[in-house]
Design a protein. Structure first.
Lengths: 111, 165
């Protein structure tokens, strides 16, 4: 019975709604990367973009009735966890060398 | 009813995502990002992906956000006085992000409505079925993930070491 109501809820929400929501969340992530100078906040916005794409993948999987999409989201989460661990270690090392988390302090490669 | 839940969760996710970008204090950004992650977990539950919702809360809100908070507090960044971009750059960033959003949404307008195929098993998101698929079809990637974690752990420790030459 619970499964029946959940199936109808899936019918009630069109896939276009999930497409739009994911696009908006992804755009906010892009906006954050462009807008902020703090490396940590930029990193969080990258996580936000990753989550928007994950949500869309899960939505497509649910609409196709396919559990492979959810497995892929699971693996993406595993990769994201590893990425965050290494990224934050790099960030701490940057802070140790430059004494700031300003992205503009890393301009040595600038021509 | 579920449509209202969907709209509420979407509104909450988008609003707190905006607050992640626009709040001055990095700690507030982290807290708003946690709200966003919880609302995305609610979306997973709406999508019949209960296991995914649980894993999402555990991994993101439980592990990744704690790491972010830990780094922010270790580096003592709990201030409102961080460097901001100039107003022109902020305006340019907002315009560029807005145009990107318009292009993304506009490109989705022509998408025909994807039909639910009807062959779907509604139990696809339950832990029993996911476990069957994960340990039968995706056995090798599952084991490779452990190697990935080992490499990430070694990399993080090596990067975090103080006297690395």
């Amino acid at each position: 019975m619970v499964q029946d109501t959940m199936a109808q809820s899936l019918h009630g929400i069109p896939i276009n709604a999930y497409l739009t929501l994911s696009a908006v969340l992804f755009s906010i992530g892009v906006l954050g990367v462009l807008y902020r100078r703090n490396i940590i906040v930029i990193f969080m916005c990258i996580e936000l973009m990753l989550n928007a794409v994950n949500l869309l993948l899960a939505a497509f999987g649910a609409f196709r009735g396919d559990s492979n999409g959810q497995i892929f989201v699971f693996f993406i989460m595993a990769v994201a966890a590893a990425e965050v661990a290494v990224g934050l270690a790099i960030l701490v090392m940057i802070y140790r060398n430059t004494r700031s988390t300003d992205i503009d302090s890393l301009s040595k490669l600038k021509w | 009813m579920t449509l209202y839940i969907f709209y509420f969760l979407s509104f909450l996710a988008v609003l707190s995502a905006f607050m992640v970008v626009y709040s001055k204090n990095p700690v507030h950004s982290v807290l708003y990002l946690i709200v966003t992650f919880f609302s995305i977990a609610g979306h997973y539950i709406l999508l019949n992906a209960q296991f995914l919702a649980a894993v999402h809360v555990i991994v993101y809100a439980g592990a990744i956000m704690v790491l972010f908070l830990y780094v922010i507090m270790m580096l003592n960044l709990n201030t409102d006085t961080e460097a901001q971009k100039s107003n022109y750059l902020k305006l340019a960033a907002t315009v560029a992000g807005g145009i990107f959003m318009i292009v993304m949404i506009g490109s989705l307008k022509g998408v025909e409505k994807i039909e639910n195929l009807g062959t779907s098993n509604q139990n696809a998101g339950l832990i029993k079925n996911l476990g069957q698929v994960l340990y039968n079809d995706y056995m090798l990637p599952f084991e490779m993930a452990s190697i990935l974690f080992l490499a990430a752990m070694v990399g993080a420790v090596m990067l975090g070491k103080n006297e690395l030459k």
